[in-house]
Design a binder for this molecule. Structure first.
Ligand SMILES: Nc1ncnc2c1ncn2[C@@H]1O[C@H](COP(=O)(O)OP(=O)(O)O)[C@@H](O)[C@H]1O
Ligand SMILES: [Mg+2]
Length: 337
């Protein structure tokens, strides 16, 4: 009997799927397009994202996972089924490991298991985001030594101190990359009277925004002038954008300091030695790693390919589990029907 192992990172901004022996086979935005008249899903992932802003009025694109919790689990169920079926093929009963946000409720957890089972999973495992991120960036989480992981995603920042395979202290902050974008969008509107799209805001963030705006980078952006109502182009710099990003990035720094403050002293000493690891797409913001290091005094390592740490972690954890045993850090295990 063939068996496939599938690891899924159900992120607020991106969904990634890892298949044993193949690596990462799916990396698509967590977007779903819905027909508002029939409430039916028209597209999922990349296809749905391409529809944003280009569709008739009855189709709406949403990010159902944007708050880091599963806001609409009927949609989440469809997403899970869509991707599991896409990679599993016919006749396979895969083992599935889903990475979920730390704050997930029992009801949400059951919904995820149900969805994966309906999609044909033979066994469903669940692991929390910081644990998967830590494994994915190469930390030995089972060791009797404190490790710290900060995952800055689209909708949330997950901070955790891990020792002996468990989260000792943790926090899930509802601030991530998308909040930085929203702040940039509002700032450009207020200061330059220019309305810009979501994609332009993300472009500004990834191209010129920086926690240390000196030396400056510049770019020209297009939008609609709110005074004349006509298209307009302006040039902006890293310094121009800084006032917008300051608040969200310092909220992240403060939350990390907060977790360090409640970490038991022995583990805090380990963290000073081991440093902290940054994962998630938001950690790629220019200067973010340096800012965290300077404001906490803890050495910071930016993970290699931070966007894929979590899903690689699910793959590795699944590899290490044989059918019967249960690793202590797996928060849920269900045998399918
Ligand atoms: N180079 C970059 N600079 C700043 N932010 C980035 C960069 N690349 C990606 N991001 C941001 O990372 C976030 C997505 O990260 P990801 O780890 O996939 O989130 P999630 O786990 O919540 O799905 C988005 O907000 C995206 O804009
Ligand atoms: Mg994530």
């Amino acid at each position: 009997m063939f068996s496939k192992d599938i690891g899924i990172d159900l992120g607020t901004a991106n969904i990634l799927v890892h298949v044993r022996g193949k690596g990462i086979v799916i990396h698509e935005p967590s977007v779903v397009a819905i027909d508002v008249n029939t409430q039916k899903i028209c597209a999922i992932g990349e296809e749905a994202r391409e529809m944003i802003g280009r569709t008739p009025g009855n189709i709406r694109a949403i990010r159902p996972l944007n708050e880091g919790v599963i806001a609409d689990f009927q949609i989440t169920e469809e997403i899970l089924k869509h991707f599991i079926r896409k990679v599993a093929g016919r006749g396979f009963r895969p083992r599935v490991m889903v990475c979920v946000p730390s704050g997930i409720t029992t009801v949400e957890r059951r919904a995820v298991v149900e969805a994966a089972t309906l999609a044909g999973a033979k066994e469903v495992y669940m692991v929390t985001e910081p644990i998967a991120a830590a494994v994915g960036c190469g930390l030995d989480i089972a060791a009797p030594s404190g490790n710290m992981v900060v995952d800055i995603g689209g909708g949330t920042t997950d901070i955790a101190v891990i020792s002996l395979g468990g989260e000792v202290t943790s926090e899930s902050l509802r601030i991530g990359g998308s909040h930085i974008e929203e702040a940039i969008l509002r700032h450009i509107k207020r200061v330059y009277n220019l309305a810009i799209g979501d994609r332009t805001a993300e472009d500004i963030k990834t191209t010129i925004a920086s926690a240390y705006p000196d030396p400056e980078k510049k770019m020209s952006i297009r939008g609609r002038d709110l005074v004349t109502g006509l298209p307009a182009t302006i040039e902006i710099s890293s310094t121009d954008i800084y006032p917008a990003i300051e608040e969200p990035i310092f909220s992240i720094v403060d939350a990390i300091r907060g977790v360090l403050e409640v970490t038991p002293p022995e583990l805090a000493a380990d963290i000073m030695n081991n440093g902290m690891s940054l994962t998630g797409g938001g950690s790629l913001l220019e200067g973010m790693a340096r800012l965290i290091q300077e404001r906490t005094g803890v050495p910071v390592t930016l993970a290699e390919d931070p966007l894929s740490c979590v899903v690689r972690g699910t793959g590795q954890i699944l590899d290490s589990i044989n059918n019967m045993s249960r690793a202590p850090f797996v928060v849920s295990y269900t045998k399918g029907r």
